[in-house]
Design a protein around this ligand. Sequence first.
Ligand code: GLA
Length: 381
Amino acid sequence: MSFRVVVTTLLLFWMAGICMVLPQAEAKSNMTKQPFGKTEDGQAVDLYTLTNKNRMEAAITNFGGIVVSLKVPDRQGKLDDVVLGYDKIDDYLTNKAYFGAIIGRYGNRIAHGKFTLDGNTYTLPKNDGDNTLHGGTRGFNRRLWTAKDVSSTRGHALELSYRSRDGEEGFPGNLSVKVVYTLTDQNELEISYSATTDKDTVVNLTNHSYFNLAGQGSGDILEHQLMIHADRFTPVDQTLIPTGQLRAVKGTPFDFTKVATIGARINQEDQQLKFGKGYDHNWVLNGGSKSSPAPAAEAYEPKSGRVLEVLSTEPGVQFYSGNFLDGTIRGKGGKVYNLRYGFCLETQHFPDSPNHPDFPSTVLKPGDKYGTTTIFKFSTR
Ligand code: GLA
């Protein structure tokens, strides 16, 4: 062995030793799997935890594709869980608030539980007064999905697949659905949805996470500052079904084209706010459907400094200000969720589109591929 080889070898051992004792500035990203209990019929449910190199962490279960927790740094680097939810699977089995779940086959409402496609009328279960909400009595939020690790250089990623059979909850066609959650090192949780069918059907998929950027259960969300890239919204009747009109937000409490706190105008005398018991409406995103995710909305919480940017390929977003939370739910860590303790930004096609031929179409045909992407990107200011 030459002198140079010996010296180099010693040097390498020495450097390796230093690396082992030095504290690691960057955490290692990874993905782990642990049991999360059982469904009503005894099937095992798992919880997958994705961590990126900034220690941001997303815990997702294959039951309902639910985002159970999302730990995000504040401006001091302190992690808090910024989504509402439950600690235990049993509460998710009966989760009426749709915390964190994948919503399908059709997100939001279909009027009178009915629609016509190719001359056939389809009848759906009514689970919201006279309407169908979020896919019916047992939507995708209450189904067990098949999970697969599809991590890549873009980040750790969890693929969830589900086959919704022809006639399930009244919808036509066998629908094969895939949802991929990717956690990137840019503190983005990307959700990409795809689906194919063997018969003409309607599809509108979204995620129903409730955010509180100050930390789940820490108070109401009225001081969050919000911006939505939409000049119009779809006004509703008293059952929250769109009237069909696209109404300008200008001069109304629905104008979030400039930053405003959620609470600033929520109690104003306004028929639409009365119907929604606050904000529970679909905003018509400027630019319509896009081929790649474009800015849809942005929320900022001043105490923590956390910023949530929502980017999407979808033409609409349902901004829901947690008006049905009433203190009867005890969530994670025993926290009680009172009125407006969380808000949702559900990217979507417009509610009741199957009954509104003028709205962007939600029809999926055999041979075509449904594909949408939404990104929840976190940062601080
Ligand atoms: C959506 C609906 C609301 C409500 C919530 C779930 O945001 O538009 O009316 O049903 O889901 O509670």
